[in-house]
Design a protein around this ligand. Structure first.
Ligand code: THU
Length: 131
């Protein structure tokens, strides 16, 4: 998998972040089937709870484009330090993208690669719901 390309796309996506309230800009790049890459940035609202994270923007774009296969997501923040995905994003990624690789970035370089399952152990999921 071309990790370097995914990392670059996440860093580029961060530039589009709309984060006037936190001033914490995040970019994400999600790799789907056939090497397709879907990018996202965080988008903040004056009604703060409506804010959406970069990871869920990328995931929403991929799902809305009809993507069904997912391999990895790279995440970059403006502090240049490692940015772990929040709990809401872990759950949504688990539900829709499965046990993908999560690539964490520091100073625009990959510093850690971890399976989503290891970030969300014993996850709640669809199979827990009634038929
Ligand atoms: N944020 C993300 O976009 N992704 C994360 O993994 C953590 C948090 C955003 C949401 C909000 O715009 C800002 O970072 C501060 O929480």
């Amino acid at each position: 998998m071309p990790i370097a390309q995914l990392v670059l796309k996440a860093c580029q996506a961060r530039e589009n972040a709309h984060a006037p309230f936190s001033n914490f800009r995040v970019g994400a790049a999600l790799m789907g089937g056939d090497g397709a890459i879907y990018t996202g940035c965080n988008i903040e609202s004056s009604s703060l709870g409506l804010t959406i994270c970069a990871e869920r923007v990328a995931l929403s774009k991929a799902i809305s484009e009809g993507e069904k296969i997912f391999h990895a997501i790279a995440i970059a923040s403006s502090t240049r330090k490692k940015c772990m995905p929040c709990g809401a994003c872990r759950q949504m990624l688990w539900d829709l993208a499965g046990n993908i690789d999560v690539i964490l970035i520091e100073n625009d370089q990959p510093v850690q690669q971890i399976k989503l399952m290891d970030l969300l152990p014993q996850a709640f999921e669809r199979s827990d719901l009634p038929e």
